[in-house]
Design a protein around this ligand. Structure first.
Ligand SMILES: C[S@@+](CC[C@H](N)C(=O)[O-])C[C@H]1O[C@@H](n2cnc3c(N)ncnc32)[C@H](O)[C@@H]1O
Length: 201
């Protein structure tokens, strides 16, 4: 009989470069709440899980990733990109959280994510575009994350009340430990209006 696991351990080996495919319902949920302008850039596309849903909703997608997982342009380091690809008005991704699993200190995750979000915001501002990032809901409450979120472009936090199952292991599949949210930024938002928080049921 399986022994119970402590709740802070996923029990799964971490994938290289934090590769986790986003279930389709998560992207479909984003698209119920946001209208994206122009073509969409998925800069950490993995095997194209998010890109496929965007395309099925009639969005043109430019997909890239550091690794080659058979979809998009491989070998593209997001941190080496200095602009949205031509024609793209929005960036949508589930970024690498950079925490290397439960065995590393939580601060590593925080620093990796902050670096990613800072760069994503800078590119979004320069493109006068939109940005949707899938993050752990708890991440939004950290002081440095909150400071970034409050810089002015945050339009909406879309909280997923259903927890994501990252792996399907048949009857051994466990419910994910974290709640997630889409943090949605828009360089063209009306800043006289407050950002909103929405709970998807
Ligand atoms: C959490 S997975 C998400 C994959 C995909 N976005 C999805 O949601 O299904 C993160 C992805 O980021 C890629 N990645 C990690 N570091 C990267 C970097 N510096 N530049 C571009 N892609 C990177 C990984 O190879 C991996 O495919």
């Amino acid at each position: 009989m399986d022994r119970p696991r402590p709740i802070h351990r996923s029990g799964y080996d971490r994938e290289a470069h934090d590769y986790y495919a986003t279930p389709a319902w998560v992207t479909a949920c984003l698209l119920r709440h946001v209208s994206l302008r122009g073509a969409v850039w998925e800069p950490c596309c993995g095997d194209g899980a998010i890109a496929a849903v965007l395309e099925s909703h009639q969005h043109a997608v430019v997909a890239s990733d550091l690794e080659d997982r058979g979809v998009g342009t491989p070998g593209v380091d997001f941190f080496g990109c200095s602009a949205f690809p031509p024609g793209c008005g929005a960036m949508v991704t589930n970024p690498p959280y950079g925490d290397g699993g439960a065995s590393r200190r939580a601060t590593n995750a925080s620093i990796g994510m902050l670096r990613f979000v800072r760069h994503a915001l800078a590119l979004t501002r320069a493109a006068d575009g939109q940005l949707a990032l899938l993050v752990r809901f708890q991440w939004t409450a950290g002081q440095r994350a909150a400071a970034l979120l409050q810089e002015g472009m945050l339009d909406r936090v879309l909280v997923l009340t259903r927890r994501i199952q990252w792996f399907d292991r048949g009857i051994h599949t466990t419910t994910g430990q974290h709640h997630h949210a889409w943090v949605i930024f828009d360089a063209q938002r009306d800043r006289s209006q407050p950002s909103s928080i929405v709970f998807d049921q």
